[in-house]
Write a protein that binds this ligand. Structure first.
Ligand code: SAM
Ligand code: SF4
Length: 463
């Protein structure tokens, strides 16, 4: 995909900076409702695991606990160092595995496992090994399964990484955010460069085949110059992937973000300058822009999947495993099959109570309509391929694209006039700075946006 941003147009980015979904799902999570119950979820599992079912499976496990609070955090996490509390959670996670695993059709292979958080590496090495063993013996893991884990270098010991390797993990993502001590202090996350370097080197020694580093732009006291130092340091580490997230400041959803003083945040203009610099430096250092904050080396499987148009988007971001049914375990975890979403409760006592009673902990969910399926496909292909074969959509769903999406295409016209989208017969291509505005372009195809955002703020800003 090369370096598309010879000149990142700040005017356009500014024009389109507005709240919008990240489209890790369509419809997006605010549409999930409690009219979809744990009984619906159970029935769906039974129906999709009848005799002869053989579709691939992806597993997600949520580990909410963290050692300390990062003031910027937007994740579903709980700060606790109480080992008993963590053990108790693991106990219920194992019970949930024991509830679900026997319901899966025998022939279904697990091709992807992801541990997210919170901080999965807040588990002790022996807990990591035990949980890995339980997963291995409960499911039919494909020998080449992609197993990835999110880790926090601040509390990591070499033994944790070895335990993760023993548990079968072959990919990892580590949180760095920013190397500047002043920024680290302002967000309550002290993590010297040497500490991150040590963990990175251990991971390479342990044979992790793909390493990602997470950064965030838009944090307090960041400047273009300070963040450029961070970016150049990360490039010297030479990770396979780099995620540079736009700081989502949503204090109405995450009250602890009020600990970040708005006057310390970079202005929208400074943020755009930081973003422009980030893209230019990473592109010139040989990283390809995948889309939505993600960069990868050309030989990395994400970049390769994008070229082959087999990239996929799920709750963890971009993925190469399209079409697998996702089973989520743990508080807040989301499952997604062909036509349903089901999310576990975020309330830990409620989660324990449901699992203890042999029930699913489904709190909200959603059953997709035919229209949702069509729009999901369109949004997914735009976000992953950065273009859309409209004839393929017509064939797949037996629709007349121009007629079906008449009102969406009206909205797309504005992006065309700005040179961000090019439409030719049978194709919609996102070009130039339009690739930084994927959310905005996808929003043209979202049927629910107006009804969701009318009364209250729901989404973070797009730039
Ligand atoms: C679950 S954490 C990663 C693992 C571990 N807990 C850590 O922080 O190192 C996932 C990532 O989300 C990103 N993140 C967290 N809060 C965010 C926010 N408000 N806006 C943008 N990115 C955020 C951070 O880059 C973080 O590394
Ligand atoms: S950023 Fe990571 S370590 Fe920090 S509070 Fe959030 S989940 Fe925990």
């Amino acid at each position: 995909m090369g370096s598309p941003f010879s000149q990142v147009d700040l005017r356009l980015l500014k024009k389109y900076d507005r709240p919008g979904p990240r489209y890790t799902s369509y419809p997006t999570a605010p549409l999930f409702s409690n009219s979809f119950t744990n009984r619906d979820f159970r029935r769906e599992i039974v129906d999709t695991n009848g005799p002869g079912s053989s579709g691939d499976i992806s597993l997600y496990f949520h580990f909410p606990f963290c050692d300390t609070l990062c003031y910027f955090c937007g994740c579903t996490m709980v700060v606790s160092r109480d080992r008993k509390r963590i053990e108790e959670y693991n106990h219920f996670l194992k019970k949930e595995i024991a509830l679900v695993a026997p319901m899966l059709a025998e022939d279904r292979r697990v091709v992807q496992v992801h541990w997210g958080g919170g901080t999965p590496t807040h588990l002790l090495p022996e807990e990591i090994r035990e949980m890995g063993e339980i997963i291995r013996t409960s499911f039919r893991l494909d020998p080449s399964a992609e197993m990835s884990v999110e880790l926090d270098p601040r509390e990591l010991l070499r033994d944790d990484l070895l335990a993760l390797r023993d548990a079968g993990f072959n990919r990892m993502s580590m949180g760095v955010q920013d190397f500047d001590p002043r920024v680290q202090e302002a967000v309550n996350r002290i993590q010297p460069e040497a500490m991150s370097r040590q963990v990175y080197d251990w991971a390479r020694d342990a044979g992790f085949m793909s390493v990602n580093i997470d950064l965030i732009y838009g944090l307090p006291y960041q400047t273009k110059t300070s963040f450029e130092k961070t970016i150049r340091t990360v490039v010297r580490f030479a990770p396979d992937r780099i995620a540079v997230f736009n700081y989502a400041h949503v204090p109405w959803l995450k009250p602890h973000q009020k600990l970040i003083h708005p006057e310390d945040l970079p202005t929208p203009e400074q943020k755009l300058d930081i973003l422009k610099m980030t893209i230019e430096v990473l592109s010139s250092e040989g990283y390809e822009y995948i889309g939505m904050d993600h960069f990868a080396r050309p030989q990395d499987e994400l970049a390769r999947a994008q070229k082959e148009k087999t990239l996929y988007r799920n709750f963890q971001g971009y993925s190469t495993k399209s079409g697998a049914d996702l089973y989520g375990f743990g508080m807040s975890a989301i499952s997604h099959f062909q036509s349903i979403y089901a999310q576990n409760t975020k309330n830990i006592p409620e989660y324990y109570k449901a699992i203890d009673g042999g029930d699913f902990a489904t709190h909200v969910g959603y059953r997709m309509t035919d229209d949702d399926q069509i729009r999901k496909f369109v949004i997914m292909r735009l976000m992953c391929d950065l273009d859309l074969d409209t004839r393929a959509v017509e064939k797949r769903f037996a629709i007349d694209f121009a007629r079906y999406f008449a009102s969406s295409l009206k909205l797309v016209e504005e992006f065309e006039e700005e040179g961000l989208v090019i439409r030719t017969p049978g194709k919609i291509a996102i070009v130039g700075a339009g690739r930084l505005l994927l959310r905005n372009i996808a929003m043209c195809f979202d049927a629910y946006l107006d009804s969701m955002t009318k009364d209250k703020p729901v989404f973070s800003r797009t730039v």
